[in-house]
Design a protein around this ligand. Structure first.
Ligand SMILES: Nc1ncnc2c1ncn2[C@@H]1O[C@H](COP(=O)(O)OP(=O)(O)O)[C@@H](O)[C@H]1O
Ligand SMILES: N[C@@H](CCC(=O)OP(=O)(O)O)C(=O)O
Length: 272
């Protein structure tokens, strides 16, 4: 079934699992391909915001760590190393198209304090008018899940939903290493079925969501569902799909039945 998708102002979130190879090396091809697709969307006149994870994964490679640091401060440190390199890579790929990027490191304050929300919203508006592609990540040095602090965020999945709200986006496209949201983790249950459409995120769905797929990911499916709930509560739309080939974004925007479509205009459906 074709989907009725409005996609003039789009937030695209890409997870670490799509940016880092299983051996920990940077997946340059994937980042380049994603950058090509985003530039093409810009040239079609669309407004695009990228929420990119990967700071910790890139930083681990840079400082020669095979495993993610176990301490929060260790993760903050490698994120600080990786973020600069990550933005530098995006900057070079986008420069081929004479498109500039901007780095926005955000925390939950964006929603908690009306003045912060207004400031961030104004900055996004200016950047979009300047035809710049804003690239967002959490401000990992201050926003850690484990600290009970006003600025905590803990995951880019929910951050991307918050950004979609702040800029009043038509659509959030969430790209991961999996084809969508399944009735159980398909890496553990071969009978898991893909949901093609979800109209309500309730406890039974959250129970079907498991943790992250690789040592590089952060939130797994739980944080993606929490993001979807925020989107539905705000009457917006989200599509969760596999980011291994970023060209999938074009098919999503054509309304093809790809991944899981979170929309409260229709009832929940499973494939098959
Ligand atoms: N019900 C489910 N449907 C799909 N994937 C699931 C589910 N439960 C757990 N997962 C896991 O969530 C992973 C994606 O989350 P994560 O590793 O955090 O990726 P990303 O880095 O893209 O955010 C999948 O690879 C899969 O192993
Ligand atoms: N801010 C952290 C990642 C947070 C995160 O949500 O990661 P992921 O589950 O891969 O989207 C980073 O850039 O490494």
């Amino acid at each position: 079934m074709e989907r009725n998708i409005k996609g003039n102002r789009i937030v695209i979130k890409i997870g670490t699992s799509s940016l880092i190879n299983p051996d920990g090396s940077l997946n340059r091809d994937s980042i380049q391909k994603l950058s090509d697709v985003l530039c093409e969307l810009k040239m079609q006149g669309k407004e695009v915001v990228l929420v990119s994870s990967g700071a910790i994964g890139v930083g681990m490679g840079r400082v020669g760590l095979k495993d993610r640091p176990t301490t929060i401060s260790g993760q903050q440190a490698v994120a600080a190393v990786g973020q600069g390199e990550l933005i530098g890579i995006y900057e070079r790929f986008f420069a081929k198209y004479q498109i500039s990027v901007a780095q926005l490191l955000l925390t939950r304050d964006v929603l908690l304090f009306p003045q912060s929300k207004k400031n961030v919203s104004n900055a996004f508006q200016e950047l979009l008018q300047m035809n710049v592609i804003p690239i967002v990540n959490e401000n990992d040095t201050v926003s850690v899940d484990e600290l009970d602090h006003e600025t905590k965020f803990g995951d880019n999945d929910q951050l991307s939903a918050i950004v979609a709200k702040v800029i009043d986006a038509d659509l959030l496209i969430m790209l991961s290493d999996i084809d969508g949201f399944y009735s159980a983790n398909p890496n553990e249950d071969e009978n898991a079925k893909l949901f093609s459409k979800v109209s309500r995120v309730d406890h039974s769905l959250i129970n079907a969501a498991g943790g992250k797929g690789t040592k590089f990911g952060t939130g797994g499916m739980v944080t993606k569902l929490k993001a979807a709930k925020r989107i539905l509560d705000n009457n917006q739309q989200m599509i969760l799909a596999n980011g291994s080939d970023p060209d999938i974004i074009f098919d999503i925007l054509k309304g093809q039945d790809i991944g899981t479509w979170f929309t409260n205009t229709e009832s929940t459906e499973m494939e098959g």
